[in-house]
Design a protein. Sequence first.
Length: 557
Amino acid sequence: MARRITLYDTTLRDGSQGEGINFSLQDKLLVTRRLDELGIDLIEGGYPLSNPKDAEYFRAARELDLKHARIAAFGMTRRKGIDPSRDVGLRALVEALTPVVTVVGKSWDLHATEVLEVSLEENLAMIADSVAFLKAAAHRPELVYDAEHFFDGYRHNPDYALRTIHAAAEAGANWIVLCDTNGGALPEQVARAVAAVRAALPATVGLGIHTHNDGDLAVANTLAAVLNGADQVQGTINGIGERCGNVDLCSVIANLALKYDGFDLLQPGRLAKLTEVSRYVYEIANLNLRNGQAFVGPSAFAHKGGMHVHGVRKVASSYEHINPELVGNERRVLVSELSGKSNIAEKMKEYRLDSDPALMAKVLDTVQDLENQGWQFEAAEASFVLLVEKLAGRFRPHFECLSYRVAVVGERGAGFAPVTEATVKVKVGEVVEFTVSEGDGPVNALDSALRKALEPHFPVLAEMRLVDFKVRVINERAATAARVRVVIESRDHDALWGTIGVSENMIDASWQALVDAFEHKLAKEDRRSGLVSASTSTSTLAPLPARPAAASPAVST
Ligand SMILES: CC(=O)SCCNC(=O)CCNC(=O)[C@H](O)C(C)(C)COP(=O)(O)OP(=O)(O)OC[C@H]1O[C@@H](n2cnc3c(N)ncnc32)[C@H](O)[C@@H]1OP(=O)(O)O
Ligand SMILES: CC(=O)C(=O)O
């Protein structure tokens, strides 16, 4: 029979101890809902003694109507020398009224004597008194005892480390969770210690593992613990947490579910929500995605090397350890100078472009040549698609760029605040539009002037906006003649796309990327409205009604 593993998420408590992370009350409640939907069993929502927001969280979480998860409140054992009933931390834990209470105590003798400055006996009493006090609370919470620094303690003084957890178990703890608080343990140390503790504890007491990633071994240590008897896994989504973070629950869940037989974790269908939950937590925590994050990262199944794409197109498992869809992720093929025909073929298939071998060879040559000059299509797939259309001789621009000009305008003196002014002249059909706009900077001003010129002809452009803008000097050593690469990210209600421009002049590079961004949106709209066919082969892409000739970029067809 499958062994049940209890998933304990501490994103909202230990995760919030990560540098730069600060969840609002609303954030915490939103994340709680998502964790519940994923199927997490226990959610450690915060530390009620620590701050009013965390205390309020436990009141608000009671209204959430969670379907599966139970909420845990976190705190530490009583302070030295006082009765538990007078300890404000323990009282706050009781007042949180959560079905689960987690209390952390010292298992390393050094921490008792040197950090808390108590005798070893007083530390044992602090653990036992606190657990017994919390277990006796009127709402009878389930009690998790987190044995802080257990593995360091077990290495230095195993007898004492074991006495601390026996004190907690005998006082009524339902779970003993062994913590690698400093994150420096090795898998074989964890395996040995967990096996010894499992053998020493009564079977009625559950055993858990809580690891940190300071030695980059948190996942390996967690798996070692599970294989040696731990039935509860504590961690955070995306591994956020103090210093190098906690164990990444996404990796632990995916490994336990997909690499081993015999663990019962999430309900059927929930594993495919993993990537979505990971991205959601990044969004709420206001953190950038970690591209190379295992299982759920955007690059986890991104293939760049030509030989790899060649293999994956034939047999996905030739370069993928799992099917990305199992964890809700997706395969991506990148186009770059390292591409072979297979990358180009795959990309063209993805965008339903012509798969004619002669065209593919031409696309590959051009991409390699342009990348050599500083272009980079990985983050600019919309420009790649336009490039293919140009090389196929099918590109019909929606507008012709006649000229543009950018000036910084301002008066010196007190309160000097320069404004950037852009003038744009474009031709749409037979109509010449000449517009001027101000902006915070050149890209903003050009975007605004171009919009002013084009929106009367293409109202759909009002749906799109620029969301990111990156400039990179390509060959810094060329000093003023250095080329710059500008990548612009744009979005509308259902898509995000990247475009690129390269020039010795930053404004010109920005202009190229901007024009591609607008062209991409217009082409997308043409496909949506059936102006051009969206069928598989672009040989079936009907040419657009006659429009002026292409103005940029200069790609020979
Ligand atoms: C491994 C972990 O992640 S444990 C959780 C760590 N997380 C946090 O610290 C975040 C939340 N913490 C806080 O908000 C604050 O530190 C509080 C409210 C808990 C305590 O704040 P303060 O009373 O100002 O104390 P401060 O943070 O300076 O020091 C910790 C105190 O707790 C005591 N303490 C630490 N661990 C324990 C423990 N396991 N049992 C009993 N007392 C403990 C220390 O001896 C010290 O007490 P002292 O001031 O009497 O010497
Ligand atoms: C309890 C905890 O967060 C730790 O020991 O790391």
